[in-house]
Design a protein around this ligand. Sequence first.
Ligand code: NAD
Ligand code: HJL
Length: 269
Amino acid sequence: MAEQLTFPAESAAVLEPRLPPKLELQDATRSRPFVTLTFATSLDSSLSLAPGVRTRLSGPGSKAMTHYLRTRHAAILVGVSTVLADDPALNCRIAGTSHQPRPIVVDANLRWTPRRSDKVFEVCRNGAGLAPFILIGADASNLPAASVELLHEHGGKYIRVPSARSEVTGRLRFSWDDILAALQAENLTSVMVEGGGQIINSLLDPAYHELIDSVIVTIAPTWLGQGGVVVSPERVTDAAGVPLPVARLSHVSWHPFGDDVVLCGTLRE
Ligand SMILES: NC(=O)c1ccc[n+]([C@@H]2O[C@H](COP(=O)([O-])OP(=O)(O)OC[C@H]3O[C@@H](n4cnc5c(N)ncnc54)[C@H](O)[C@@H]3O)[C@@H](O)[C@H]2O)c1
Ligand SMILES: Nc1nc(=O)c(N)c(NC[C@H](O)[C@H](O)[C@H](O)COP(=O)(O)O)[nH]1
């Protein structure tokens, strides 16, 4: 029996001001999708114990909240390392839901070879989720024919996005404007960005704050210790080289969910 979660209507009401409009009312004529940044973190800002290690942080209440968020967004976006680490279903497991979000996997450097046994395809075949759209570099070549076929069979696909090589790592990067334009072109009117660390840290760059409509963070009462995947965006300095805060939430509210607390806010004034 597949996992079935419930989320109380009173809790949903508390979150409502932080959410995009109901899906049927979302405006396809907006210039870009509604963006919710959401993740679960430890007290030492870790998303997981180590890169590649699936780590449960959310308790049952805040986990149900995350799945409720999935009912309210057209798409759910993760980085390829999250897919490789977690083999996630990227579906919505709220009992009775009729909506499934479109999984978006950011894989600029083609590290994931999708396989029939991956959970995201399994839930898709069971009618409990959608197949992924995989964002790859505009010049990517030699796509594995079996992966193209597997995606096609399940209703997913590769989508090409303009890319540039990072001067620091030499790896291909997308700008968030281009990522969101690619989603908009697919009529995906809202997206929740779930992680992992590299995805979140790149979105928290001040250049992108205006793109983020809502931030919803689950904080679990635990320290994971050093060596974890940490949310800590690149440092910003003033003209004299003095460090400045990268981002601060405004319009903040805190909501307890079991042992966890959920922090809501926005990066706009
Ligand atoms: N606690 C949570 O809420 C949560 C959520 C998601 C993932 N996780 C955990 O996070 C870990 C994975 O995080 P991570 O930081 O290693 O990887 P990640 O999931 O952020 O994926 C990193 C990859 O995504 C791609 N990428 C990221 N930003 C990009 C950009 N701007 N342009 C192009 N490509 C880009 C690159 O290929 C990069 O190698 C896993 O252990 C997973 O379990 C936790
Ligand atoms: N809210 C939240 N609490 C957690 O404790 C945790 N580990 C994640 N992780 C987010 C990640 O994007 C995917 O949710 C996981 O990879 C699991 O995926 P599924 O639930 O199977 O879709 N998210």
